[in-house]
Design a protein around this ligand. Structure first.
Ligand SMILES: [Zn+2]
Length: 531
């Protein structure tokens, strides 16, 4: 017995069967009932939302011998011929593979002949945005003055790629992503008809994965059923087949990231790889998990709109308590960037590992939210009032470190580790000498240097960020050799040439807020006078 894919078997045949596109369907039916049929339609929307199905129903409806309330009867010879694809009145063209001028010319020639039976010839051009410029121009002429018995239905996922001249000649209909609940209902319906038992949780997971495309949902369901033919389809089976990951694993990974436990997080990833999970899917799902935690954190009552089971909600609320909003937003940003990169990459695992390390180490990034994360980490340490030294010395407070005997209590080596960024020895020395360097430069240079936020550039060089445009221009163009003077002063003190970058702050916030000023972070006053 041959097997028909669900989405073919249950392709809607009448308007009533079309799910989730009520506005489009209602408008088209009204036109049909009033006999005010246009000759050019443009159906826009994401894949799998019913554009072609609606186009075919429309083609049937205009040709049907006994239409019922704007819908085709499905019984007359014309309806049947269109349904089984034998009708000469409906011509489907895939513009992705027929995108040249020649293909459109051929249509123009055919259009000259009246339909031998039925009232209308309907041309459905799918993926119409793929047409070449020449083909669009050729089509334009036909669209301008088509014979009365011709209807064009152009379908596209990329409406912005359609020339304005074409757009202006079509009635446009937007097909929206179908809500999860509507997809669930449809899937449950079909499973009942097919006599297949399915767990509600399994259906919801498939509906969510389909991301608003009913056709994708049916294909996914098909895959799962084929794998476990004749059995009740459970949530676990669906996860297995789709290569998806259970929420428990996400919770474990999330905890490891919060604890900055890179080794643990990487080995959790390793487990997923060994279990054969699809990594692209994993990245998407984990991004959703993070997004749900963010929503649970941002307002009470969010669980109503989240698509998660009640036991998971409790678990995720606990997780939400552990993280700052800024931190989770940074996680989401990194993971959504990752999901774009990973699509075409053959090194998915490495990219995910890099992302995990980035999550655990905000100091690896130079942008605003990473710096905010670093500040949060610092603030937490300050709140605790303690800095733990590497060699298990007793805890020492930062307040103490500013005291008189700090040299003995806080060896240089330990202080470096407490900095949020990897500050090199040389930069640290410069920070210690910064006041002296500024004074030695003197004059305008001194006062402009005073306006700079001193921070670390991408390559660990010394970076001076200035809000003041004059100061920036003066320093960056090395006016009166001021930059050379600065470098000489630094070199005299630390015995090395140092790279200095001058940057104009073009952000909406002041440089002092946008960048971490290393001269203000921690007092490094530990260089001995006699060195
Ligand atoms: Zn009919």
């Amino acid at each position: 017995m041959s097997y028909t894919a669900l989405y073919r078997k249950f392709r809607p045949q009448i308007f009533e069967d079309v799910k989730g596109q009520d506005a489009v369907v209602a408008t088209l039916r009204n036109q049909l009932k009033a006999q005010r049929i246009g000759h050019a339609y443009l159906f826009c929307g994401t894949r799998g939302t019913g554009k072609t199905s609606v186009a075919k129903i429309f083609a049937k409806a205009v040709n049907c011998e006994h239409p019922v309330d704007g819908s085709p009867c499905g019984e007359c010879p014309t309806c049947k011929a269109i349904a089984d694809g034998s009708s000469m009145n409906v011509i489907e063209i895939d513009a992705a593979s027929n995108n040249g001028v020649e293909n459109i010319r051929q249509i123009k020639e055919e259009v000259a002949y009246r339909p031998t039976e039925g009232k209308y010839k309907v041309y459905i051009i799918d993926e119409v945005h793929m047409l070449s410029n020449g083909a669009f121009n050729a089509l334009l002429k036909t669209l301008e003055e088509p014979p009365a018995y011709v209807i064009f239905i152009l379908a596209t996922t990329e409406a912005h790629m359609i020339p304005l001249t074409i757009l202006s000649r079509c009635q446009r209909y937007d097909f929206h992503r179908i809500p999860i609940d509507v997809i669930c209902d449809r899937l449950n319906d079909l499973m009942e008809k097919e006599n297949i038992e399915v767990e509600e949780k399994a259906i919801r997971y498939i509906a969510k994965s389909a991301d608003g495309a009913l056709r994708d949902a049916l294909s996914l369901l098909d895959q799962c059923i084929a794998f476990h033919l004749g059995q009740k389809l459970t949530y676990d089976m669906v996860l297995e087949v789709l290569g998806a990951v259970d929420t428990d694993v996400f919770t474990k990974l999330f905890d490891q990231i919060l604890e900055k436990n890179i080794v643990g997080a990487i080995s959790t990833l390793e487990e997923l790889v060994i279990r054969g999970r699809e990594l692209g899917q994993f990245v998407n799902d984990f991004t959703w998990y993070l997004r749900n935690i963010m929503l649970l954190k941002s307002a009470a009552g969010m669980e109503e709109i989240l698509d998660i089971s009640s036991d998971n909600v409790e678990k995720m609320k606990e997780e939400a308590q552990k993280v700052e909003t800024e931190e989770i937003m940074r996680y989401i940003r990194i993971f959504s960037e990752l999901s774009n990169q990973i699509k075409y990459s053959t090194q998915k695992r490495i990219l995910i590992e890099i992302a995990i390390i980035k999550l655990c180490k905000p100091q690896m990034e130079q942008n605003n939210d990473a710096i905010i994360n670093r500040i949060i980490a610092l603030e937490k340490k300050l709140e605790n009032g303690v800095v733990v030294s590497q060699d298990n010395n007793p805890r020492q407070s930062i307040m103490q470190s500013q005291g008189a005997e700090q040299h003995e209590q806080m060896p240089q080596q330990n202080l470096i580790n407490k900095l949020p960024a990897a500050v090199t020895d040389d930069l640290k020395k410069i920070v210690n000498e910064w006041a002296a360097v500024k004074s030695a430069c003197g004059g305008i240079t001194k006062s402009y240097l005073g306006k700079a936020t001193v921070t670390i550039g991408n390559n660990n060089e010394l970076m001076l960020v200035l809000d003041d445009k004059n100061a920036y221009e003066y320093l960056s163009t090395n006016k009166a050799n001021c930059l050379d003077e600065l470098k000489t002063q630094i070199a005299d003190r630390i015995g090395k040439d140092v790279e200095v970058v001058v940057k104009h702050n073009t952000k909406n916030v002041a440089a002092a807020d946008a960048y971490v000023d290393i001269t203000k972070l921690i007092n490094f006053d530990i260089t001995e006078e006699n060195i």
